[in-house]
Each structure stands twice: as C-alpha cells, then as structure tokens.
Design a binder for this molecule. Structure first.
Ligand SMILES: *Cc1c(COP(=O)(O)O)cnc(C)c1O
Length: 451
C-alpha cells in the first residue's frame, strides 16, 4: 500500500519543527519522508532513492539497517531495554568500556555516559572545572576554544562554539570564553603549506596561554577537522604543540572527537595522527554506528582520582542523564567495535579514501570556483570561492551551497553543504560506484548553478 506523500508532508509541516532549519524554506523544499534505509541508501515514500553521503549528520558509520548491528540491538531489546545506571550496571556497558580502552589513546580509562554529543561536552567541561577546584586551583574557572569551533547546541557547548550562525543571538546568556584564532590552512596567515609546516599559528594559542593559562581549566578542540566550520583541516603538528602548552599551564585538553572519531579521518581517532592523548575525550555520532543516541566523556585516572573521596567531603561528580548507559545503545556500540575489527573496516576505508580523494581532485580542480579541495580519510570538502587567486568567498547571501543541495536532491544525492563548502562524509562502507555517482552529481549540480 502506498501512502499519499502529500498528505504525509502536510501532517509533518503541521507539527514538526525541524532542526537547524528556517521552516519557511520548507514551503519550497518540502520535507522528504523516508521510509527505509539500506547500506548507503535511504528510500522515500514516493519511491525515490537517496545516496546518504553525509552519513545522516555524520553518524551512520556502517550503513543503514546494518544486519549485525540490528541483530545486536534486537537481542538486547528482548533482554534488557534500560536500567538505572547509578549503582546498577549491565554487561554491555562493561564490555563496551573494556573494548574501547583497547583502542583509545593511552590513559583514557574512566567512562562517563551521556546521551548526546552536546551533553558529553557539558560533562567534560564540568569535570575539568571540578577537578581543578578539588586539586587546589579554584582560580581556574574559564575555558578556551578555537575560532570557528563547533561543540554542540546546549548553553555550555554553544558558548565554546565559535560559529556565529549558531551562537550570535545567544551571546548575552553564554559563558565568557577565551577565543584562540584557529589554524587556517587554506588562507594561512604565515603563507605556509600545511603539508610541511611547523604550525606557526600555535603562536596565537601561546599568547592566550601566557595571558590566561592560570585561570583556565581546559581548552576544548576538534582535533584536525573543524567539521561544522566547513571541514577545515589542520595538521597534527598543531595538536602536538597544543598538548605541550596544556601540560606547561596545567590546562586540560578536551578532545571533541564526536565528528572525527571512529575512523572518519583514516585512523580510529584524529588524536592518533598526532600520537597524543587528551585528558578527556568526547565521543558520540559513530559510537553506536548511528543507531542510538549515546555519548561518552572519557577521562584519565588522574582526573577520576580527584573525585574519589569519602562521601561527606562532597567531591563526587553529581552529573547524570536519565538515559545514561542505555543498554540498547551499548549493545549497538559493542557490535560496531566488533565489526570494525572483524571486517577490517578501517583498512578497507583507507583504500576507498585514496580513490575518492583522487577522483574529486581530478573532477573539480579545473573548475573556476573550486577554491580548496581538501581531504582526510573519507572526509572530502570543496570550498567554493568567487575567485581562486584571491580566495575571495562567494557572496553568502546567494546561498550557492543551498542551491547545489537542492539540485543534488533531485538527482538522489544528499549533499547538505556547510555554507558554500560542499563536502562528503559517507559511511565507511561506501563502494566505488557510489563515490563515482556522488562526485558526478555534485559536479554537474555545481556547474548547473555556477556555470
Ligand atoms: C555533532 C557534534 C557535536 C554535538 O553533538 P550532538 O549529539 O548533536 O549534541 C559536538 N561536537 C562536534 C564536533 C560535533 O560534530
């Protein structure tokens, strides 16, 4: 039986306030009602197929309705759906931590469970603040973050974010953050090439550490890829230097690997490219393969120990979320780790990444508006500019990226550019023919809009 799509759309628009959307845009571009998913594809009620090269907001890792993950969740569903996580535990949470410790950067061993990326960031910030308070540094009350950072939408996470589109209007209610100018490899202020530079831009961080290090609990960063800013990529040497600065000023490094973790950059975690360990790492998105909302703030034993004391000393971390450690999410997350290992997903993804990077370079580089074509792992981005020599951006009021998005949807590819940056961040299991199709459609749509 086919359900009339128009009717569904009307009902949707009557009630649903969609995320990150000007709802008036939906007058022209109606919501697409998805019926099912399989592998890299989604299928709508009106029978169209959509290639999900954005991994449904970067969380689908191993394909939609992956047989193994689905089976693991179904089995868990008939065993235990949820349990209070204070003083109670369950086997899948324990298994998940044991297995993750094996692949996480050295020293990250204590797991705080939350239920979305923003809440993991909040937990990490509170944890860091309280650590310093309880270890004789109550003057450490502030946070540092990079320009163009994105760490989520709740008040704390939004505060450390540096993308005005999301935070500008809320400034009066946000925390006062120490802002560090982020690396900008496409428009490097030092005229360097990021392939072999020495991260001179660490200078901006050093200046702020000198001025504010004493009053700072932590710096929160997206390692190697500032994703929401337009997949801005910077080299590992920057992270290494930042780690040293953090050590000298007793400032925690909170690595937000919510977007970069789980093989997106070619290694399990972006921090692995630099061989560094953060003090706290936040994970979500790929964690459950895109199945269930869950996130983690993983801390060192050193941080954990600062909270470990007789109850009446009042040092406990009194942070909780109702759905902390949800067993269904943990079951999915355990299966994801098994699949990554048993099916050698990262090794195969590395081969695909080489192919995809080369394909996009070949296809796009001669186009007059393809300013920067950058990639790390299977993440690929094309920054559109008005003029390639001056790197002058397109007029953002023209919403070029959005026009290209609409064209690509007609051809069954979900691009969802970030401003005027077209990007691909597909499930790691994507095959050649789908990469070919995505690249082809993106190119044709770009030509249609920009000539
Ligand atoms: C998506 C994202 C978040 C926020 O996660 P939510 O689950 O959407 O709250 C935080 N940081 C980064 C880097 C992200 O990409």
């Amino acid at each position: 039986m086919t359900i009339p799509t128009d009717e569904l759309v009307q009902k949707d628009l009557k009630h649903i306030w969609h995320p990150c959307s000007q709802m008036m845009d939906y007058e022209e571009l109606k919501p697409i009602i998805i019926k099912s998913g399989e592998g890299v594809n989604l299928y709508s009620y009106d029978g169209k197929k959509y290639l999900d090269v954005v991994s449904s907001w970067w969380c689908n890792l191993l394909g939609h309705c992956n047989k193994r993950i689905s089976a693991a969740v179904k089995q868990q569903l008939d065993t235990l759906e949820h349990v209070i996580f204070a003083n109670f535990s369950h086997i899948k949470a324990i298994e998940l931590c044991e297995e993750l410790v094996k692949v996480l950067p050295h020293g990250l061993e204590k797991f705080c469970f939350t239920d979305n990326g923003s809440s993991a960031i909040e937990a990490a910030m509170k944890m860091s603040f309280q650590y310093h308070y309880q270890t004789g540094n109550p003057q450490k009350t502030r946070f540092m973050a990079l320009s163009d950072a994105y760490h989520g939408e709740t008040i704390g996470a939004l505060s450390i974010g540096g993308v005005d589109l999301y935070s500008q209007i809320y400034k009066p209610v946000l925390l006062d953050i120490i802002r560090i100018q982020a690396p900008d490899c496409y428009r490097c202020p030092f005229g360097q090439n990021c392939k072999n530079c020495d991260a001179q831009c660490i200078k901006y961080a050093r200046q702020e550490f000198e001025k504010h290090g004493r009053e700072t609990c932590a710096i929160v960063i997206e390692p190697l890829v500032q994703a929401a800013a337009g997949m801005k990529i910077y080299p590992p040497v920057y992270l290494k230097k930042l780690r040293k600065l953090c050590d000298s000023y007793n400032v925690h490094m909170i690595a937000d690997e919510i977007a970069t973790g789980y093989g997106r950059t070619g290694k399990m975690f972006a921090c692995d490219h630099a061989g560094i360990s953060p003090d706290i790492m936040c994970l979500s998105k790929g964690l459950t393969g895109g199945y269930m909302p869950m996130a983690l703030a993983v801390a060192t034993n050193e941080i954990y120990d600062a909270f470990y004391a007789p109850y009446l000393e009042g040092k406990a971390f009194m942070h909780s979320h109702t759905y902390s450690g949800n067993p269904l999410a943990c079951a999915a997350a355990c299966e994801v780790l098994k699949i990554l290992k048993e099916e050698k997903i990262l090794e195969h993804a590395a081969q695909k990444a080489l192919y995809f990077n080369a394909l996009l370079k070949e296809k796009f580089s001669s186009h007059k508006n393809a300013g920067d074509i950058r990639s790390i792992g299977l993440i690929n981005a094309i920054e559109l500019v008005k003029n390639k020599d001056t790197k002058e951006p397109l007029d953002s009021n023209k919403r070029t990226g959005y026009q290209i998005y609409k064209e690509a949807l007609k051809k069954g590819v979900i691009l969802r550019p970030l401003g005027d940056v077209i990007y691909f961040n597909p499930p790691l299991i994507i095959e050649k023919e789908d990469m070919d199709y995505a690249a082809d459609v993106a190119y044709k749509c770009m030509v249609k809009i920009l000539g």
